[in-house]
Write a protein that binds this ligand. Sequence first.
Ligand SMILES: Nc1nc2c(ncn2[C@@H]2O[C@H](COP(=O)(O)OP(=O)(O)OP(=O)(O)O)[C@@H](O)[C@H]2O)c(=O)[nH]1
Ligand SMILES: [Mg+2]
Length: 1108
Amino acid sequence: MGATSLDKIKTLQRNPANIRNLCILAHVDHGKTTLADCLVASDGIISSRLAGKLRYLDSREDEQIRGITMKSSAISLHYSTGDQEYLLNLIDSPGHVDFSSEVSTAVRLCDGAIVIVDAVEGVCPQTQVVLRQAWLENIRPVLVINKIDRLIVELKLTSLEAYTHLQKILEQVNAVTGALFTSKVLEERAEKVKEEVDKGKDLSGDQVYDWSTGLDEADDSHLYFSPDQGNVVFASAIDGWGFSIQHFACIYSQRMGIRSEVLLKTLWGDFYLNAKTKRIMKGAQAKGKKPLFVQLVLDNIWTLYDAVVARRDEEKVKKVLTSLGITVMTRDLRHSDPKVLLHAICSQWLPVSRAVLSMVCEKLPSPLEMTAERVEKLMSIGTRRFDSLPEKTQELKTAFLQCSSGTNAPVIIFVSKMFAVDTKALPQKRHRPLNLEEIAQRREVARQRHAEKMTAGSLEGALISDRTPAGGQCAVLSTAKPEEEEELKEVFIAFARIYSGMVKKGQRVFVLGPKYDPAQGLSLLPGGCSAFDCVPEVPHLSCCTMENLYLLMGRELEELEEIPAGNVLGIGGLEECVLKTATLSASLACPPFSPLNFEAAPIVRVAVEPKHPNDMPKLVRGMRLLNQADPCAQVLIQETGEHVLVTAGEVHLQRCLDDLRERFANIQISVSKPIIPFRETVVQPPKVDMVNEELSKQQKVAVIHQVKEPSHYRSSESQHVDHDGLVTLTTPNRLSTVCVRAIPLPQEVTVLLEKSSELIRTLELINLSLREGKTMDINLRTLEAIAELKEHLEILLQGRKWRNAVERIWAFGPRRYGPNILLNSIKDYNRVSMWQCLKGRHSESAGAPASPLRDLDNSIVSGFQLATLSGPMCEEPLMGVCFSVERWDVQSLAFSQHPHALKEDSVSHEAFGVSSHENCVDLTAERDLTERRTDASSAYCYGPVSGQLIASMKEACRQAFQAQPQRLMAAMYTCEIMATAEVLGRVYGVLGKREGRVLHEEMKEGTDMFIITAVLPVAESFGFADEIRKRTSGLASPQLVFSHWEVISSDPYWVPTTEEEYLHFGAKADSVNQALKYVNAVRRRKGLYVEEKLVEHAEKQRTLSKNK
Ligand SMILES: Nc1nc2c(ncn2[C@@H]2O[C@H](COP(=O)(O)OP(=O)(O)OP(=O)(O)O)[C@@H](O)[C@H]2O)c(=O)[nH]1
Ligand SMILES: [Mg+2]
């Protein structure tokens, strides 16, 4: 540990008013870890000479080698200013998109954040993301504009230009905050209006509607970053300087005799100093004067850089040194690298740590100042409203707000991630210096051992002397083994924060799973119960012992006996009961915290297998550990038996594999090529053919169906496909028939469904509990969001085809929340509406009459779920397809087979509005009927009706899908690349080669950088970042973020049919068909049949000359 003793920190931990829990957030490479170094150095933990070079919080080897942070890590610092002493629990987070889940875990534990922006690059995509994350977690940010030295040295801006540039950056950051604020106000406003409308329903009609948006009254001035508010620091972390305008206001108020409050208001802004009158005036820009900030602040820094770095003028440096009253060591003064001298001067003149830490202590809230709004947000589980939680649970709100460590305060802890550390790194295992007594004791023991050996040796003589080494060795080996095994072991430590109560080592607490319901817990255990008791079975509740408590000190851990509320800590001994996150509490009334907001979804998958097959158990164990140690990585076993690792991107993948090889599994592994996800969809029949000739409607249908596998046009006893794509399928026992049609969903609908998947999942949960007869107090916001989704869908699904479609939605799929719809177009079949929760609690089951089909309803949904989970092209999930069930017959016999036998006769429902197919269907149905009666008994051999119906429904959906023009959808990344004009061409070259598409390109103001925004298929993205970096000599480095799914326009099953196409593409049409290439690659990987001819006319390859 550094200069601060452990005892000091323990004392500071007890005073929550002077604790600040904060994290450092920014885009990749904007200087988070460098700034953290400066702050760590100020506490004497590392030398200030090494600050910025060491990157102390990047403790992993690969972090040091690659120069990027991959894990968030915490350190506790002591800072004293005036008579106040503060404890800062600082968390450094990664900026690379692949690790954005680490940011989520850090933000959750903090009350405030330092947001860093690079002075040259300005607001970048990740800056926006982290500002949003801070906003969503209700934590307060302060701003550090870093790398200002680059404006001087690299861009060579004058101080005035730099001032305008800084102003622009501030505007950009505030614009992001402004947008977040506006959306929140509008949301609240909408909520309020709705509440008023709900309340005012029975009032008479003379209501006055207030059309204002609420934005005018809402005060948002405190949210913005402004130097005069004291929440902005200008810095160069690498050169060790930083300042807020308060610092200069203090200096100049003494020097110039102007009150510091006046200076504070005028140092930033359009003010100038009138030399004659010695007064500060407004309108510097209009009058062409130097703003105060330039004259009094920036000019000094520019002069210093000019003297030290540009001119290396020793005389001038000395003059500056005397005027600042600074002394530097002669070796720094003579150092060949001017940056060393600069660092030595700046870190004394304007130490960045002082500027940043005093801003943090002043502007960021302590754990005592947590807002009620944030507490409610943390405590509201899923769809539940805060005020619908049990009374005892609501009472816990005060515990959060008081943040007390008293004996009565309930213990509440949130674990945001589990991280693995080497057992050797634990303080218990660390070698500590021995005190004098221990040294004497050991010496005594050694002396005795030696004496025993000597006597034993003299007794046994030379007889056994040649046996001894072997025997000895044996003993050594056997004792060494368990030790070695233990050494390999990784232990998991929970990264957590205490929100209330005093936590003691060895304490037992409840672990509340994400689905734990405090109402249920309290009712099952009415008398209350402590975690020490033998707890009876309560769903999603378990107990654990906090075996060790640690103070997190970057690379090191310090063991503590107890830790009071308001602190960030590490907890040992939870690996068995906590997978990734958890809420721990001593009270049963505590609800599980709301889940973390993750920004990036894992998308890159690889299959992993051991090099040596008998290492399989080790791999399985290693994968399990990896899953626990990473907040974002997913580990799954596919149906094929492959072990699959899903990560957020290439860099993340590399890190996970390294961890697996070197820490968790310790074996050699082989890794498959990335498994690229695709989606399958159907589209509207194309209007033009491949050579851009217009296709008339009739011809088009003929062409497509003729070309595609003719076997689709099967018409057998049990199945029939008609010309406009309606598929009729009968179950093998011929007791039930379904007619299904696949219809492409409009693109906007697919996007909306994709975006709302979480909401649909919630809707499904609500429906499930309603079906089970449970009542639920649903959060008003959730209900509103559901109503909004419905409304939105209604707007998007317009036209005759979609009449009343939203009400008729039967299910979403796959997995009940995917972007495909099952539509109930059966006449007279009334189901309980999907949207029943919107209609009030009492009407739900009364609406629909009992139908004999209801019992088999689930089979249809299951069949649809299976069909949408893997499509017919290459067994990838479907997207944007609507399956409309237009007819469904079930014979009464089927019901007698079904466990819930119903005594009704044959029920037949026909589709409405579809006439073309009716004849043929009716004919088959009639014939079926007579046959069915005769061999009813043989029907039993096909198994339960429900199962048959699932299989038939799945098959019907697949065939309906194949009856439409099919397309593949590719996952797309967006990337923003910053590049200088010289390398722009090469960037375009790489993008073009990889099927990328440039969306727009703009020049960053004040610099010679271009920002290119492009989309790129995930399938083509592997090695993209590296290639760009290589081709541009490291000048451009892209950040890839998954953005959306895009239909690949080419038809994978296309073959030329018209004369023109034939001429253009040749008989085999084997020129590049991107979609077919992908389909075949996926099919080959999955071991499916691939229709490919590898070598045709082999004799043509013969070399003629050889035959001669
Ligand atoms: N010129 C200049 N370079 C800086 C400054 N601060 C940091 N750097 C450099 O910027 C690079 C990135 O710094 P880091 O501190 O690793 O950035 P980071 O934000 O922690 O990056 P990630 O953790 O990977 O997101 C390093 O090469 C630093 O030397 C600065 O004030 N001026
Ligand atoms: Mg870093």
